[in-house]
Design a protein around this ligand. Sequence first.
Ligand SMILES: Nc1nc2c(ncn2[C@@H]2O[C@H](COP(=O)(O)OP(=O)(O)OP(=O)(O)O)[C@@H](O)[C@H]2O)c(=O)[nH]1
Ligand SMILES: [Mg+2]
Length: 162
Amino acid sequence: AEIAVVGLQASGKTSFVNVIGSGQWSEDVVPTVAFNFRKVRKGNVTLKIWDVAGQPKFRTMWERYCNGVDAILFVVDSSDPEKFESARFELHQLLGHPTLSSVPLLVLGNKNDIDGHAQVKDLISALQLDKITDRPVSCYSCSMKSQHNLDIVMQWLSGRSH
Ligand SMILES: Nc1nc2c(ncn2[C@@H]2O[C@H](COP(=O)(O)OP(=O)(O)OP(=O)(O)O)[C@@H](O)[C@H]2O)c(=O)[nH]1
Ligand SMILES: [Mg+2]
C-alpha cells in the first residue's frame, strides 16, 4: 500500500515512520523539510510512505503527495487541544480537493502517553470527522512513544494494500 502521512507540525508523523520502520523512538526528531519517502516491510505487506512536512509553508504540498495513494494518514497531537481547530481546517481543506475524493482516511490522535490527552470521541467532534461522508474514515488514539495501538494502525494500513 502507498500512504501519505500529513498533519500539523510536531504531531508525530516522522516519529510514526521511524517507529514502524525501525522501532526507533526519539525525543528529538528534526522537523521535516518538504518530505521523506520510506519503504517499510511488515510481514507480507510493503508500505510506501510519503512523510510530508507539517509546517504552514509546506501544507499546500499535501495534496500532491496524497494524490494517488491508497490511504491518507492524518496525525494529530491529542495532548494539544489548542491546535485542534487548525488541524480541522487543514484536514477539511485537504479532503476538499476533488482529486482526493474517496481516498480512505485514518486519523491518529497521537501522544496518548501524555496526561489529559483527548479521547477518540473528542477528536471526532473537534475535527468534525462525522461530516466526512465520501470515504471510509477511522480514528484511533495512539502513542509513538509507548507504541500503544500501533498494531491496530498497522492492521488498518495493511488492509488498504492490494
Ligand atoms: N510524548 C510524546 N511525544 C511524541 C510522540 N510522537 C512524537 N513525539 C514528539 O513530538 C515531536 C515532534 O515529532 P515529529 O515526529 O518530528 O513530528 P512531525 O509531525 O514529523 O513534524 P514536522 O515534520 O515538522 O511536520 C518530537 O519531539 C517527538 O519526540 C508521542 O507519541 N508521545
Ligand atoms: Mg516530520
